[in-house]
Design a protein around this ligand. Sequence first.
Ligand SMILES: [Zn+2]
Length: 190
Amino acid sequence: MTPTSDGETGQIRKAKAVPPFESRRERFDRVKVAETALCGMGVFATAPVKKGRAVGRVLGERKPEGFRSDYCVEFDGGALEPFAPYRFLNHSCDPNCEFIEWQTDDQSLPQEEGSERKPICELWVHALRDIQIGEELTVDYGWDWRAAIPCKCGSPNCRGWICKPEDIELCKARYAEEESNIVPRSEPPQ
Ligand SMILES: [Zn+2]
């Protein structure tokens, strides 16, 4: 199994294998949704997670390719609008988790009647490093620069923008352009 980087979004690794059996049994996630200090709701670990292990499976509503919302994730040639808890997964430029899209041909999974059995895609959250109880779980959204917004994740290596790392110069250039378009306010009349 060799997960490869998805050049399109920069946010999802793809792996052609079944997630580790133990992870599948642990799909009843040990996370909770709670208020964060700065970013509204967030997802927090309620049990320690070892580096590389699955945190849980992301369930959601399938959407067509090109669908956009504040929460949707590119998935299986289209998009997935995640249900809670992972709907509330916040961005960090120094994330402790990542999305992995798994392709599984697990014969025990349900299949539409009459349809040919084909691989099933699943989206999972995996730990990038050891995570302690109570830590907020974060991923790097790695958005396209056209959709980028300023980042306030607070990590020491914050890029300043929620965008793909390689697009940071494009984002900064766009921001500079917007700044130069702001017309200085004239003095109020005496
Ligand atoms: Zn940041």
